[in-house]
Design a protein around this ligand. Sequence first.
Ligand code: IPE
Ligand code: IPE
Ligand code: MG
Ligand code: MG
Length: 294
Amino acid sequence: MSQQVALPRVALRDVQLPVAAELEQVVDELRRIIAADFPIISEVNEHLLRMKGKLFRPTLLLLSHRAAGGDDARAVTLAAVVELIHLATLVHDDSVDHSALRRGLPTINALFSHQIAVIMGDYLYSRAIIELVRLDDPTPLRVLARVTNEMTVGEMRQLEAHDKLAYGEADYDQLIRAKTASLLSGACEVGALTAAPAYRQALARFGMLLGMAFQITDDLLDYTQPEAVTGKPSGLDLREHKVTLPLIAALARMPADGEGRVVAELMAADQMPSLKQLLQEQAAGRITMGGRLQ
Ligand code: IPE
Ligand code: IPE
Ligand code: MG
Ligand code: MG
């Protein structure tokens, strides 16, 4: 039996309030770290800086730093580095996903080219590493190097999940841990590096679970919200044949020799509009914005 818990609605702005001043510095740090004197790179940089994200990972790092009793000015630089790693993965992810819209603006692959997106992802990531090395502290470097490697394996798992209707919840959990939650966990852990190990581990675990919930919500929003709300194309996961939790959950309640077989046929025949309609009928009333399928 599913249990409904009434939670108060909390705006991201409220969560960010305690670190609002540092978040403004993060944007300046980001601009400093990615600066280039090569024309195409600076042109792409300008576009990227116009695309404003939520700064969720820097927020987590800075809040975690506060929660662990830290007061290190380097936290702002580390927060910028974490956002930069995120940005590099988004630039690559949009190219891999053939996506044309991000944060309400054209993606790098759409506005420039796939080649430029590949090179720029590497440029941004390598700038993040240069900055980490400059801090001359192996601990955040160790955490973030591990996390970025995990993210690449996650993106590879995502490719493997294409068209795979046998993909189950356990596979999906493993995928979202690596692809998304690892960086949120890393952000929380790096914020708490100076704290006692038990504190640091607890915050890393919090970030991991929050990151999984975050990706599940993103995957739901892909099915339920228009691009005017998300700033990204709506329904892209299905069009790209990505098997995510809404599809896994819908398939689980369809008989394999009935609707389940129809889904497989529609997927194989690239009939995405009909498939979307079938899934919507199936899921009608069952998808909640609480990130849970009832
Ligand atoms: C997008 O992350 C990628 C996912 C892990 C779903 P965000 O939703 O945090 O993207 P921005 O940075 O706010 O644009
Ligand atoms: C998250 O997956 C991407 C990364 C963690 C890099 P998605 O492909 O679902 O993210 P969006 O929807 O494009 O932001
Ligand atoms: Mg994507
Ligand atoms: Mg998505």
